[in-house]
Design a protein around this ligand. Structure first.
Ligand code: HEM
Length: 573
């Protein structure tokens, strides 16, 4: 048998290696889906659109702006972007009517994206947020639905919302006195207050974080020398956040960081190896498991009848009570700890509420305060509407919770709606196609990642009616005026008022909390909290203009679109 000479073997091996390298490099380059517009120059680049995205993020820190701008540049409501080597393109859909239809009606074709699931799963493997919209998700939602229902909100959440909002007023008043007319940073006030509330609603115990922060300010005031200029930042104590609040913020940062990464799984794995991550995770597990077990052992002594009658005073009591009832009905013992799977499901759902219900609310309140400062005449108009509608204030008292929640104040409702629209705190919703499908005449293959633009304020592109889905065509009447011919970039609460001055919520579509079965779970709680806080803030303080350099309206993207700067200069009223 002839044996190949050594140099031939070398040549074949080199040829093979070159072929493999060529194949790998070719795989890394973008592979567009057929028929969907894209930027031709990006398709020729190894990094596709990601270099443009990184440049834009460096400049504006607003990835959503770059992403949805592509749809305008290519003059198409459906485009594709190449956001990472070796990956399939990402589809972008920028048409509010179609987006609403996809979220509300097309859940058999569009579901939770693996990217979102992968980001949360290591932290919350059993919570409903990471599940696809199947029977498991629906059962879990049904099990917990009491926590978002009106009776629970009335009985449990509303008094706590009012107490926390008054606490924030006292804290800001102490800070404003200490600052003596100087500006100061206020995001942490809103953050700690949002955490205190969600903690109490979820676990039922008080943490007194707002009160402690206020006491620190009062103690530090006499000994602190403030800078001479009234335009310099005041020296006020940094708010000490409770350990769990700190842990939640830390985990939110990890999720946000991993979502920005090209190699998400590896990045998340790396972050999870850090001692700080392990320490905080162990602390969170210990604390929440102990709370669940102590509640179980307390309630285990109750009969079925007593458990049926028991008032749910926190989400924790809801979860434990319902599990105990299920055990009794299945003839199981109640006086032993929950099985690991039941314990994990309660644990993760409770912690999910802390994660999802904490920062979002602080971010929205921060934006709304920035809108007050940037629009002094609207701030005045809102204050006048509140003073007129809430007579307790003119009698020298804070308006009661009942008055705040039950009085119709059209300009307040319009102000809240416009704040949510312009704040655009979740500027892109992510889905995965679960089947080959069509959107506005474009074919999108199964398993594609899809970014949906929920922002109400971009001029719609001209789309022939016949290209729309049937539901979208039928909903045309609800979208008659969803683009204001004068543009929608400015902050204009008046756009939500009808001619007779009443609040007209159907004036424009609303997607700040998303829509359909994956719509925000805490929407009602968030709206109550937003209303009570906004009313008390505007009545108790005049939000003065800020010095240049502290008044930026620029945003940054963490998990949510949040203001880059969050300062106030307050005159107590
Ligand atoms: C101003 C406050 C809030 C805003 C703007 C907001 C907005 C959103 C948005 C846009 C989504 C995404 C839905 C999707 O992917 O389509 C969402 C999901 C979610 N929100 Fe909120 N949210 C807020 C407050 C809250 C609060 C207070 C809670 C809990 C008490 C909460 C719990 C959740 C949960 C659990 C999900 C995931 C739902 C799922 O399983 O698909 N949110 N929220």
């Amino acid at each position: 048998m002839d044996i190949l000479p050594l140099n031939h073997i070398h040549s074949i091996a080199i040829g093979f290696v070159v072929f493999i390298l060529y194949y790998v490099v070719k795989r890394a380059y973008p592979h567009p889906y057929p028929g969907i517009p894209y930027n031709a120059a990006s398709a020729r680049r190894f990094w596709g659109d990601s270099s443009g995205l990184l440049d834009a993020v460096k400049k504006t820190q607003d990835p959503a702006k770059f992403i949805f701008q592509q749809s305008r540049s290519l003059d198409s409501p459906v485009v594709q972007l190449f956001l990472a080597p070796f990956s399939n393109p990402t589809i972008v859909i920028d048409d509010v009517r179609e987006v609403k239809d996809i979220l509300s009606n097309r859940t058999n074709e569009f579901d939770r994206a693996p990217r979102t699931q992968d980001a949360y799963r290591p932290l919350l493997p059993h919570c409903s947020l990471v599940k696809a919209t199947g029977p498991g998700f629906k059962n879990q939602r049904r099990f917990w639905e009491g926590v978002t229902g009106t009776p629970f909100l009335r009985r449990v959440a509303e008094p706590k919302i009012y107490r926390c909002a008054l606490g924030v007023i006292d804290l800001l008043r102490a800070q404003a006195t200490m600052a003596g007319g100087r500006p100061f940073y206020c995001f942490d006030d809103f953050d700690v207050a949002a955490f205190e509330l969600i903690w109490e609603v979820v676990f039922g115990t008080t943490i007194d974080a707002i009160n402690n922060a206020r006491n620190e300010v009062l103690c530090a005031t006499p000994d602190t020398v403030q800078p001479p200029s009234l335009d310099s930042l005041a020296r006020i104590p940094v708010i000490q956040k409770p350990d769990m609040c700190d842990a939640v913020s830390f985990f939110i940062s990890t999720v946000a960081e991993s979502l920005k990464s090209v190699s998400q799984t590896w990045h998340l794995w790396y972050l999870r190896q850090k001692p700080a991550y392990k320490r905080k995770l162990a602390f969170k597990n210990r604390t929440i498991d102990a709370l669940i077990e102590s509640t179980r052992s307390k309630l285990a002594g109750l009969s079925e009848g007593q458990l049926m009658e028991l008032e749910e005073t926190s989400a924790l009591v809801t979860g434990v009570r319902r599990q105990l009832l299920a055990r009794i009905r299945q003839g199981q013992r109640v006086n032993v700890p929950f099985s690991p799977s039941v314990q994990a499901e309660i644990h993760d759902e409770l912690f999910m509420l802390l994660v999802a219900g904490h920062e979002t609310k602080a971010v929205l309140l921060s934006w709304s305060v920035k809108f007050l400062i940037a629009n002094p005449e609207k701030q005045e108009k809102l204050r006048k509407a509140l003073v007129d509608a809430l007579p307790e204030w003119s009698n020298g008292e804070q308006p009661s919770l009942k008055a705040i929640l039950s009085t119709s104040i059209p300009y307040l409702e319009a102000y809240m709606e416009e704040s949510m629209r312009v704040a655009n705190t979740s500027p892109r919703l992510v889905r995965r196609t679960t089947t080959d499908t069509q959107v506005l005449g474009y074919s999108i293959p199964k398993n594609a990642t899809v970014l949906l633009n929920p922002y109400i304020g971009t001029q719609p592109l001209n789309i022939p009616e016949h290209l729309r889905s049937e539901n979208s065509r039928n909903s045309k009447g609800n979208f008659e005026s969803y683009w204001d011919i004068n543009g929608m970039d400015d902050f204009q609460p008046e756009r939500w008022l009808a001619e007779d001055g009443s609040f007209y919520p159907r004036q424009f579509p609303r997607l700040a909390f998303s829509a359909g079965p994956r719509m925000c779970y805490g929407r009602n709680l968030a709206l109550l909290e937003f209303r009570v806080n906004l009313v008390l803030l505007v009545l108790n303080f005049k939000f003065e203009s800020l010095p240049k350099g502290l008044d930026s309206m620029e945003s940054q993207q963490r998990l949510f679109r949040m203001p880059r700067q969050c300062y106030v200069r307050l005159s107590p009223l």
